[in-house]
Ligand binder design. Structure first.
Ligand code: GLN
Length: 201
């Protein structure tokens, strides 16, 4: 059976919504907090939430270094909103003590689309997602200021980059886990499936 096991980094943020969306996209989904749990998954989602808090807790739980190592090693990873910030090689305006996991050669600007009460929804055309545009929920969302040569821009909104892929790392400024449309998660599950070696099937 080729059902991938996908973790959701469960330190802070909208973990539950991602677990539900992954299960709906035919993955086995489980929360990940510790290095031993990380070692057992085929891919990982970094949820929306507060990126500084998640980064500090990841260091505290001893999961930051193992996570960096697995991302460097090619484990598929998908970050939404705060998760996108965590996947950026560089944050334009980091808070003190804020580290990233890295993995995508991009520079992100935190809270770029404005404050909490300026949150909005917009239809977003995402390369690789068939059919209607994805309903993008933007909550104090970051945007991507610039990407390096290896990163592929998958979507823009208002002239700003809001979805990026580099190899096995995927990131969106918006939150598909909140909409009930599981096509972004299905895309990620496909990435994880494609990455599994025949021995692990
Ligand atoms: N503004 C948050 C941050 O900087 C991200 C918001 C979100 O994930 N919805 O981490």
């Amino acid at each position: 059976m080729n059902t991938p096991v996908i973790g959701v980094l469960a330190l802070q943020g909208d973990v539950r919504e991602h677990l539900i969306a992954l299960a709906a996209a035919d993955a086995v989904a489980r929360p990940v907090r510790r290095p031993e749990e990380l070692a057992e998954v085929d891919g990982l989602v970094l949820p929306g939430g507060e990126s500084t808090t998640i980064s500090k807790l990841a260091v505290l739980f001893g999961v930051m270094e193992p996570l960096r190592a697995r991302v460097r090693g090619g484990m598929p990873v998908y970050g939404t909103c705060a998760g996108m910030i965590l996947l950026a090689d560089k944050i334009l305006d980091p808070r003190s003590g804020q580290e990233t996991v890295g993995g995508i050669d991009m520079i992100v600007r935190r809270n770029a689309f404005g404050r909490q009460n300026e949150s909005f929804e917009a239809a977003v055309d995402v390369r690789g997602v068939e059919g209607d545009p994805v309903e993008g929920v933007f909550i104090r969302a970051p945007w991507v200021e610039s990407v390096g040569a290896a990163a592929e821009v998958l979507a823009e909104h208002d002239g700003h980059i809001v979805a990026v892929r580099q190899g096995n790392a995927l990131a969106t400024s918006f939150h598909p886990e909140l909409t009930g449309d599981h096509r972004m998660h299905a895309l990620f599950v496909e990435m994880v499936r494609a990455n599994r070696t025949p021995e692990s099937l």
